[in-house]
Structures are given as structure tokens and as C-alpha cells.
Design a protein. Sequence first.
Length: 72
Amino acid sequence: MTKVFHLKDLDCANCAAKMEHCLQKIDAINHVSVNFLTQKMMIDVVDDEFKNVMQQVVKICKKIEPDCKIVM
């Protein structure tokens, strides 16, 4: 399942790169792309793991960029 999310208040390209790097380590994620310029995250997840993975994604993103919100 591939979904695109808007990232609100993502402040720097370095944080976007860190998020992408950390999220790629999650086993259930097939592909992830975090684009600072468009403020969007595209994520491809194994279908039955989507809800659990998104909880991990939110936690990781908050740790890297506390002000950033993932608009679902």
C-alpha cells in the first residue's frame, strides 16, 4: 500500500534526510521518500502492517523533528 502524506512544519532538509534514513530501516516498509521542498512523505508499506508501521513512523519523525506533524 502506497500513501502520500503532507508534512507540516518540517524545517530543514537535513531532518528530512534523517527521517528517510531511519524509516528505511523498518522491515515492513518497502520504500519511503521524504521530500523537504514539497513537504511530502511517500511511503510504501506491507498492507496488513500499515497501522502498526504508521505508529512507528510518527514516533521516529517526532524524535527527529518535534514540531513536524504528519497530516493523514
